[in-house]
Design a protein around this ligand. Structure first.
Ligand code: HEM
Length: 468
């Protein structure tokens, strides 16, 4: 072979090696680049907590400080959150400033969630999960594994559940699809895997307005809001936050279980056997899932007075960025590892674990009911399917939890591991990571820019000030 041919071969080989190694380094590089671009477009505002100024030991104290109570006004970052949560971010409970409207909205949410007793929640979740899993199961072939994205599989379950919580009647299939389209659009935009589609969200707002106008909300709405704002309230709290958070939490839980066949078998045996050990073990797995993969990346607060910090102070008007993963994964050398048995060894108060926020500063109103309903839904899945996966599992879960579900046959309760399909799933997941990271970079940059251009939060407060 000539020297030129050798060098062509060498170049081709090098290209092949670089191409084959892409999934191992490109996604991380692109994520780092995305963070830098976000900071450039959005400005580098904010005090990371924990960080240089506020350490892990002060995390809870600063979060719980009464002066850490501003929600949206005064932070450039709020424009981006409002953009993602639209329509109606100004009345989304998470983003309302403290005051009578917030109190009214928060009271309504508490009352709506509390209206069902525990046994009624159990019945509702079991029924809706069974229906949706039945719909999946109708297409199953005996003993064959089917590939699903866990978040997508779970969304119709929670759409049906929260529709019934709000309207006290079963969810019609076309409305369930409308709710799923809305929630999926919000979460996909948040993760920068797709642009937002306001038409999908507006369709649901119009439907909710119609329901409100016909007096179909039996358990009351915040009286301080207009009818349009009430529709935004329902959409934001139940058909966006509740559906998104519960589907994400379930996707994390089921993916963690799917990746650990031994743990899965123990859970299934425990849940089908006598006694409460199975439920207790599942609760530990839920706690550990929400600890290792907290649903919130960062929650922000704007300080409305100085907060004392040793000799110094955090000045009023600062934007505090409470970083959940950083806090959860601190405190012990193995804190980032998934180990449900740590809950047997350690006292919960010694673990850094605030999956539902801080009780002194606007915690999640569903903190009591969310783990309980996750347990019921997970038990329903485990009873019907063996789960296996070889996909990557990260906190932001942009792959939506690829997983193989094999129906459990009463004659042959433990299906064989579908080894070849798992190898394919892994390969596909790795390559999707490469493509997706580039998509996230482009779409994320566009949305950060677009949110900055629209200034939804800033113009809302500017208009309010002009009115006063
Ligand atoms: C496993 C599921 C869930 C997790 C891990 C979760 C987590 C959280 C966290 C960490 C916060 C506080 C953030 C902060 O400090 O700014 C929060 C707030 C909130 N969550 Fe959840 N959530 C879940 C499910 C739900 C559900 C089912 C609903 C609705 C029924 C809901 C509605 C809300 C609302 C309205 C707030 C704002 C509270 C306020 O500012 O008063 N969440 N959630």
């Amino acid at each position: 072979m000539s020297a030129a041919a050798w060098s062509w071969c060498g170049a081709a080989l090098l290209l092949a090696v670089v191409a084959a190694s892409l999934p191992y380094w490109l996604p991380d590089l692109v994520v780092a680049l995305r963070v830098r671009i976000f900071a450039l477009v959005n400005g580098d505002e904010g005090i990371p907590v924990p960080g240089k100024l506020v350490g892990t030991d002060d995390f809870k104290r600063i979060y719980a400080d009464p002066a850490a109570n501003g929600r949206s006004r005064g932070a450039a970052l709020s424009d981006l959150f409002w953009y993602w949560l639209a329509p109606g971010p100004q009345v989304h409970q998470e983003h309302l400033e403290p005051g009578p409207r917030y109190d009214d909205v928060a009271r309504t949410t508490r009352r709506t969630i509390a209206r069902l007793r525990k046994d009624e929640w159990d019945e509702l979740v079991t029924r809706c999960a069974a229906q949706q899993l039945g719909r999946l199961g109708a297409a199953d072939r005996a003993g064959k594994a089917r590939r699903v994205r866990l978040r997508d599989a779970m969304m119709p379950v929670w759409a049906s559940i929260y529709y019934e919580v709000v309207f006290d009647e079963p969810c019609p299939p076309h409305v369930r699809d409308m709710i799923v389209a809305n929630a999926d659009d919000v979460v996909s935009a948040l993760k920068c895997t797709r642009l937002r589609h306001m038409s999908r969200r507006d369709r649901l707002t119009r439907y909710l307005r119609g329901k409100i106008a016909s007096g179909a909300v039996p358990h009351g709405l915040p009286a301080t809001l207009t009818e349009q704002e009430q529709a935004f309230y329902l959409q934001g709290t139940y058909f966006n936050t509740a559906v998104v958070q519960m589907s994400e939490a379930m996707a994390h839980l089921l993916l963690a279980i799917a990746a650990r066949p031994g743990l899965q078998q123990q859970l299934r045996d425990g849940l089908t056997g006598e006694g409460t050990q199975g439920a207790a073990q599942l609760d530990r797995v839920i706690d550990e899932t929400l600890r290792v993969y907290p649903l919130f990346g960062v929650a922000h607060r704007i300080t409305t007075a100085d907060i004392a910090l040793g000799e110094a102070a955090i000045p009023s008007g600062s934007v505090l960025l409470f970083n959940y993963p950083a806090y959860h994964h601190s405190g012990s050398p193995d804190a980032a590892e998934f180990d449900p048995d740590r809950w047997l060894r350690e006292h919960p108060e010694h673990l850094h674990h605030i999956p539902f926020g801080i009780s002194a500063n606007r915690p999640c109103p569903a903190r009591g009911i969310a783990p309980l309903t996750m347990r019921v839904a997970a038990a329903e899945v485990l009873r019907r399917y063996a789960l296996t996966t070889s996909a990557g599992h990260t906190r932001s879960l942009p792959n939506r939890g690829p997983c193989l579900l094999t129906p459990i046959d009463a004659q042959r309760p433990v299906p064989r591991r579908p080894t070849a399909r798992l190898a394919m799933l892994r390969l596909r997941d790795r390559w999707e990571d490469v493509w997706r990271s580039l998509v996230q970079l482009v779409l994320g940059t566009y949305m950060v820019w677009d949110a900055r251009r629209l200034q939804l939060c800033r113009s809302y407060f500017a208009a309010q000030e002009a009115e006063q």
